[in-house]
Design a protein around this ligand. Structure first.
Ligand code: FES
Length: 125
């Protein structure tokens, strides 16, 4: 039911934990199941680029796999590019998710977007 990539990211999550002294923090909860995610980012201000990104997710296997994948997709991207990483982009990068698990990828894309918004609000734009 899960793709190999989903299983891989679930069993060996990338970029787990917290960035030290983060420039932006995003915390989101999934109203459908109560699972939660926290994502922290370090931003290269000159380049407007995500230098480092880490996640902590208390949730199902799909939530962990999508969190892991979103950090891989976001790392090194400019903020405006990273903001465009939708839940579909994350799910596609994982080789798809079962339909009843698509909502789990909300956490990852919403969390990343919130962290970027947080960074922007701290920097006055
Ligand atoms: Fe909660 Fe997957 S069941 S995020």
């Amino acid at each position: 039911m899960y793709s190999e990539k989903v299983m891989d990211h679930f069993q060996n999550p990338r970029n787990m934990g917290e960035v030290e002294n983060p420039d932006g923090v995003g915390e989101v909860g999934n109203p459908q199941c109560g699972d939660v995610m926290r994502i922290t980012i370090k931003v290269d201000e000159k380049e407007d680029r995500i230098e480092d990104v880490r996640f902590k997710t208390l949730g199902c296997g799909a939530a962990i796999a999508t969190s892991s994948m979103v950090t891989e997709l976001a790392k090194g991207k400019r903020l405006d590019e990273a903001q465009e990483i939708s839940k579909k982009v994350v799910a596609d990068a994982l080789g798809g998710l079962p339909p009843q698990k698509m909502h789990c990828s909300n956490l990852a894309s919403d969390g990343l977007r919130k962290a970027i918004e947080d960074y922007r609000s701290r920097h006055g734009n």
